[in-house]
Design a protein around this ligand. Sequence first.
Ligand code: 4NP
Length: 153
Amino acid sequence: MVRVLFVCLGNICRSPMAEAIFAHHAAAAGLGAELTQDSAGTSSWHVGEEPHPGTRKALKQRGIACSHLGRAVAPDDLTTQDYLVAMDAANKAELLRMGADAARVSMLMDYVPGMAGEDVPDPYYTGDFEHVYTLVDAGCRGLLAHIRAGRTT
Ligand code: 4NP
């Protein structure tokens, strides 16, 4: 089992979108039983809340299910999750500050050719959920390909 945790600031816009898209592609690839995906925020501002309406709309338009409720990154996540995938450099820095092993920490755009190290812009501020969907979808496809390439069984 490979465990993936997508991390953003509020856990209502970018990371729940990534969780839902990744689950969708993993299931389509027949890997649903071999992967787990979840998402969390570096803040606890939106614990227990549904994703932002912009995220829900972008997913619904593509027929992608989403049932996540907001939660904060917990100390356990740093050791139980194989991939801690940050949406931006601030989220990554916060994971490392919390004590995450750098080998487990990456950014979603690291998995898109030519975009390593780039941020997924925060649609909470930009309002552009469609642009974010395009980036997150590309990142999730790349991450899934990366995990599949590294499988030993
Ligand atoms: P997210 O976006 O990190 O992609 O979930 C945000 C959501 C909420 C806030 C900031 C960013 N906020 O300030 O409440």
